[in-house]
Design a protein around this ligand. Structure first.
Ligand SMILES: Cc1cc2nc3c(=O)[nH]c(=O)nc-3n(C[C@H](O)[C@H](O)[C@H](O)COP(=O)(O)O)c2cc1C
Length: 217
């Protein structure tokens, strides 16, 4: 499938056929692409918990305020952000050319050690990029997907036995769509969301600057 077609086709699907399953081999193929996502310092601040078990999916639905897609999907994938990903740096840079390791390891240490906000921001950023790769990869293979943040993170952490270094970033539910496709939901026009050069600059093709008249907070 052409990439533009993948982008056009992806939308958040809320109703899934509960009879459809996904195999280990299909998941492996998908995740082989997901792990190619970019991450700061290549630290790969992500871990995925792929839930196919019916009883667990039922519990997840309860933790997601009854959203049925959590139970009916073929797999509910929790994309976790890894707060302590920086500790993997020695392994990641082990084969790096001479001089790189000596330069990068202290830099990475300094960037994250004792800085919970930086650890959390980075985990959420990198895991979110991986989640997007997952949705596009799945769309390319004919699966429907839906990102979800409507759940109780503590309940989910307990159900899926997360360790304290992992934070739930979002679920991606994946499966076969049950209902007919719905029309694309509203998008702001490109002219409203893209500014040239500076925020108070013109829009594309000379579009009016809708910011004029706005007060700074
Ligand atoms: C981080 C995130 C969390 C979301 N959580 C939910 C959710 O809990 N339940 C739901 O039905 N949709 C959820 N959505 C889907 C959005 O409603 C949807 O992406 C948005 O309306 C745009 O529509 P589209 O994805 O179909 O293009 C979420 C989307 C994102 C990116």
């Amino acid at each position: 499938m052409e990439f533009s077609e993948i982008v056009q086709r992806r939308y958040s699907v809320k109703s899934y056929d509960p009879e459809k399953t996904i195999s280990d081999a299909e998941l492996k193929e998908l995740f082989d692409e997901v792990v190619l996502s970019p991450s700061s310092f290549n630290l790969q601040h992500w871990t995925f918990v792929a839930v196919r078990d019916s009883a667990l999916k039922k519990q997840l639905k309860e933790a997601a305020w009854g959203q049925s897609q959590m139970e009916d999907c073929s797999v509910a994938i929790l994309v976790c952000g890894k707060l302590d990903a920086y500790r993997d740096a020695p392994k990641i840079y082990k084969e790096a050319p001479e001089g790189i390791q000596e330069k990068m390891l202290p830099m990475i240490q300094n960037f994250y050690e004792g800085k919970p906000q930086a650890q959390r921001d980075e985990a959420i950023r990198s895991a979110s990029l991986a989640a997007m790769t997952l949705m596009y990869g799945a769309t390319n293979r004919g699966w429907a997907t839906g990102p979800m943040i409507g759940f109780d993170p503590e309940a989910v952490a307990t159900i899926l036995k997360l360790t304290s270094n992992l934070i739930p970033v979002m679920f991606i539910v994946l499966g076969h769509q049950k209902d007919a496709p719905r029309p694309r939901s509203y998008r702001h026009p490109v002219e409203d969301v893209v500014r040239l050069n500076t925020l108070d600059g013109p829009g594309l093709n000379g579009a009016r600057n809708l910011l004029s008249g706005h007060q700074s907070p």
